[in-house]
Design a protein around this ligand. Structure first.
Ligand code: PLP
Length: 377
């Protein structure tokens, strides 16, 4: 008998669509990929070199469960430099990305039935992870008419006695919207535990993102190397936790994951401590694509209610086509050879939307737009 937990977990539509796109490619079709939340740029060369060197130096064993000291110290320095906050390495746990970090944090926080507030549209694994850990999800629908800003007032109207955690993701996947400092502060003032997924920090087009740690130490901050350094497949991230959670999180990590990959942790030190010109260059590249795509979507009649300030996604309202996002995404893939993600993946509120990722070469984005335009005609 398959467990209820396993039966109830939903699949990630974006991944299913990717499988379908790959099948079409295997059959000889050329597909433009705008469904992937995966940077197209390889990691900085010095980071790749650091990984090679670490392998040569024998970094191939388990490491301390909480991560190697050098990396935790580099992460602590990063918080000081980037946000002016002091984090002791004892509060840092190095994980194999933000995905296992979510599993660990909700495993450490939730009792059966505890409620987690999530702003919708959301990153699809959030509700799955909360339910898997026995929690209940309360979605707070953001305003589609305003482009889904992360509105603290709206979020906080849903806080009640059962609320155990408020989950914040800013800049957000899939909207690219950012909570401003006042909104973060208001969330802290609600007095609930906060989990802040900051994986898109440093991918911002204007004002930088503030960390939840600037407002409170009593929160969990999740971040990693996947998006900023193009290291999705390397599997490396971290958790900053309140002091009292460090030991229980270590125990959970030890039992289920042992440690993050050892040579990859060495490369992580090089990424954080090395020159950061790569990050600035990548941002310029993304910004050019972002501006191009915003203009073109407007031309196609899929105007965005608000310009996203971060990440590398655009969530476009496609109601003008008379189709919902799922139907449109399926047809675009089959008939135009363009892969995008249906909005419904990110919650019911985004049913009439599709998400474009611009973490793909500008020539391919231009080709995608040409195909969509031709298909629409
Ligand atoms: N959090 C958000 C909001 C994401 O969009 C993603 C990946 O798309 C992740 C977490 C997963 O990150 P990682 O590669 O560190 O597991």
């Amino acid at each position: 008998m398959i467990s209820r937990r396993a039966r109830e977990i939903g699949s990630f539509l974006a991944m299913e669509l990717l499988d379908k796109a790959r099948q079409l490619e295997a059959a000889g079709r050329d597909i433009v990929h705008m469904e992937l939340g995966e940077p197209d740029r390889p990691p900085p060369p010095e980071v790749v070199d650091a990984a090679y060197s670490a392998l040569e130096e024998g970094y191939s064993t388990y490491t301390p469960t909480q991560g190697i000291a050098e990396l935790r110290e580099a992460i602590a320095r990063f918080y000081q430099r980037e946000y002016g906050v002091s984090v002791s390495p004892g509060r840092i746990i190095v994980t194999m990305g933000v995905s296992p970090a979510l599993f660990l944090v909700f495993g450490a926080l939730l009792e059966t039935g505890d409620e987690v507030l999530i702003h919708e549209p959301y990153y699809p694994p959030y509700p799955q992870c909360v339910r898997f850990m026995g929690g209940r999800v309360r979605c707070v629908k953001l305003d589609p008419g305003a482009g889904f800003p992360i509105d603290a007032e709206r979020l906080l109207t849903e806080v009640n006695a059962d609320t155990r955690v408020i989950l914040v993701n800013s800049p957000s996947n899939p909207t690219g919207m950012m909570a401003d400092r006042e909104a973060l502060k208001a969330v802290v003032d609600a007095g609930k535990m906060i989990v802040s997924d900051e994986i898109y920090h440093r991918i911002t087009y204007g004002t930088g993102a503030a960390s939840m740690l600037e407002f409170t130490d009593d929160c969990f901050v999740l971040n990693g190397f996947s998006k900023v350094y193009g290291m999705t497949g390397w599997r490396l991230g971290w958790i900053i936790c309140p002091e009292r959670f460090a030991a229980p999180l270590h125990r959970i990590h030890q039992n289920f994951f042992l440690s993050a990959n050892s040579f990859v942790q060495r490369a992580g030190v090089s990424a954080l401590d090395g020159p950061q010109a790569y990050v600035d260059e990548t941002l310029e590249i993304y910004d050019r694509r972002r501006r191009y795509l915003i203009g073109e979507l407007g031309r196609l009649g899929w105007r965005l209610a608000s310009e996203p300030q971060g990440a590398f996604y655009l969530l476009a309202d496609v109601s003008s086509t008379g189709m919902d996002g799922m139907t449109l995404a399926e047809r675009l893939l089959d008939e135009a050879g363009v892969a995008v993600t249906p909005g419904v993946d990110f919650g019911e509120i985004a049913t009439n939307f599709i998400r474009f990722s611009y973490a793909t070469a500008i020539e391919r984005i231009e080709e995608g737009v040409r195909r969509i335009e031709g298909w629409l005609r």
